[in-house]
Design a binder for this molecule. Sequence first.
Ligand code: F1P
Length: 577
Amino acid sequence: MKMELPITEQSNSLSSNIDIQGSDGILRILKQCDAEIFNGWKQHKSLYDFASSLENLSIMAAKIIKNDRGIVVMSGCGTSGRLGFITARSFNQVFPGKFHYTIAGGDRALLLSTEAPEDSWTDGVRDLEKVSTSFEEVLFIGITCGLSAPYVAGQLDYCMKHLEKFCPVLLGFNPVELARQVSIRNWDKTFYDVATAMRSLGEPKCYIINPVIGPEPITGSSRMKSGSATKIILETLFILSANRVMELEPQCRASDIFLSYEILLRCTYLQSKSISRLLKAAGNTFCTGGRVCYLGRDTEGILGVVDASECPPTYGADYDDIRGFLQKSWSALRNNEGDLSQRGPLFNLDWEYFKAEVLPLLSEKDCVIFVGVSPNDAKDLLQLIQEKTCTIGMITTSSPENTIKDPANIISVSISVASEAIEALLPSSFISSSLFTNAASSRFIVSLMSGMCIKWSLNAISTGAHIAKGKVLGNKMIDLQVSNTKLYYRSIGIIQELTGASRHVAEKYLLLSIYGSDTELPTTDEEVLSHISAATGKPLIVPTAILMIRKSDLSVEGAREWLRNQPVLRKGLNNEL
Ligand code: F1P
């Protein structure tokens, strides 16, 4: 029997021709796909169906937050881990020291893709033990969009063995039946085994929050809709919990908070025209060999750094193609391991570093986008960048009455947030609480809201610019890094789908492309891990394999040469998919 593909790995019929759209068309498609976060997908339970589970969970979270020896730990791999980190960082402003995170590969993975540790269930257990050892009660939220990461599976399993201390929560976007059933190295369990064990235990011992939000606009790119839904769910949960800890009346409801995020989505796409101009500018930058730099500060700036960090694994981008810089750098991040800038140039995030090392290299083909920073906040830097004649963009959010006037020669995306969204996210009880002064509470909530709008805008720009560069065929990423088991098998699926080849043939050509030579190689679980290490860091592996199958007379070298001359694969295939 053929196994149904997990929904997070399926292709979205709304976006099947996204690669041949102009920037306005790309945005229209993204808007429709993002709407599925709230509308749901087919017969499955949607976000709103989880409102009461989240409200129950918020009672548990509030109890743990109130306990002097209780903490919340969020954990995940790649984007999921980064969003856990960002949420912990935000809510520590409300309840200092209560929110912790673990991420596969440690803090370097906040910036760089390090997918290999995602496959280690023992690393997950080790990291969880370390963070939780001195506490007596822990709410553990394991985030894995695909219900697939071994790192998270190990942690959830560990929690289930210690229910006297842990309340495990699985957050992801597939039904439990579609959790990953691939064996995990050195373990007798699969992700599916862990998820079904959690389901048998049931609430309130453990929670599974897994609304189905439909396939990603770029197949498998869970940084997009799944990442946004992760952010919405975590923030909703902790806004509810904060209300409970502070014993505020009236209590707000999860569905009201979801509704405000839904309004925020509309507010964001109401600016489609200006986002589209910025997307087009970033696309032109890529097509002429230029670079895109995000310059941001605080949470919005971190979202810029994260958006950029996801492009190398997703699109085979170079780290300098698109890069985020953050005012005050590592001290603004407030991460577990502190300042990592000594680890090499890619760990230098500071605006000062940008000014000294990047700015001198900029020219008219480059594009600099300020994220959450208004022209007045960066006057001097703005002027220096203007002198370099590069394209300048600026993404900000504001309440309707404070909308900034577009500065000359800048593509400005000013997302004006509707007051309805502010009201629901900022319940009156929150404002009048004694723990929170008015100004602090509204600043906090506004930063959550603008973060959401900024994430949607940046995802659209970086995705659209890579489409313009030819890194998407149909709606499939075709130049992904083959750097862990999930990505290895995803690559085989992409090759199969775009060539019609059998699984065996697709894997054969994948290996041919990795090793550059034509020998039959074994594909046992152990061997797959060594194929992954051989593939890690190598460019154009999947496009090379596709091309060799589609143009049967091409050698590996011939295919690589072909791609150097014509990076947009679909054009070279006469527009045929
Ligand atoms: C985790 C993840 C993704 C990343 C890539 C590899 O996925 O790191 O964030 O984009 O697909 O896997 P998941 O565990 O959240 O499904």
